[in-house]
Design a protein around this ligand. Sequence first.
Ligand code: ADP
Ligand code: MG
Length: 229
Amino acid sequence: MIRTQNLKKLYQTKEIETTALNGININIKKGEFVAVMGPSGCGKSTLLNLLGLLDEPSSGDYFFNDIDTSGFNERKRAALRKGNIGFVFQNFNLIDELTVFENIELPLMYMGLSNDVRKKKVEDSLQRMSMMPRRNHFPQQLSGGQQQRVAIARAVVADADLILADEPTGNLDSDHGDEVMNLLTELNQQGTTIVMVTHSPHDAGFSNRRIHLFDGAVIEKPAEKDFYV
Ligand code: ADP
Ligand code: MG
């Protein structure tokens, strides 16, 4: 599903040039649950953004479902994301002015679906996340754990077969964190491929495989001192 070849990302600011990713070669098969680990600043979020087609690499190739995305502009990237890739972020990224229902409905708004079909999909997704009773609440009226469940519902509502999660439990206490991890595990068992950035060894324990990054490169085994950063 995911294959990268010598993927590099440089950030150029007035002051300095940062090499965020320095030649990443990874393969992730459909159905895997992979944890991307490494210390702060090693390039985890940058990699996830590239895999999610939210950004373009400085060089190298990225094949998503065997489609070579090199040279794709934002319009083409968006078209490939649609219905294929769902995102879950540390800070939930819900829209405060929209209800739970409306937040989950958002990814469906541009897919040309009828009202009835949208309603059905949102309700299915609410049910899977046990959030039906909160459908008319606004994000600020929910706990962090509930907000993240809404974010996961939004990520899966358009039948994405890949979920990219960036520190999904980073703002949650351990009970709510485990609840989110169990939901991701369930989705994975139902066939959704999951790539999750985390620096928590506990959360990584839910995955089937770990990819360790250090200074923008994949390393085999992290030094003990770097593992828990
Ligand atoms: P991680 O998620 O592992 O903490 P990031 O992928 O966010 O790391 O960042 C990797 C490196 O790239 C860091 O040195 C960071 O400062 C730099 N970086 C990330 N985003 C930008 C940006 N938009 N502009 C400039 N530098 C950036
Ligand atoms: Mg990050």
